[in-house]
Design a protein around this ligand. Sequence first.
Ligand SMILES: [Zn+2]
Length: 63
Amino acid sequence: MKDLKCIRCNGDMIKSYIDGKFSAVRKDGVYDGVTTNRFMCKECGHIEEYAINPKYLENNSKK
Ligand SMILES: [Zn+2]
């Protein structure tokens, strides 16, 4: 996730110090969530957010 460029203006993206959270309902109906990293463009303010482990919800539902 280093040297991310903004998809709108190609500016430099900086990482938020505070991790985010993406919450959803798993296939088995249990509420769960994954930790996310957030990035903001220093030029235009565009924000992107990425789950650290996007497969987490899917994998946990296969038990
Ligand atoms: Zn930008």
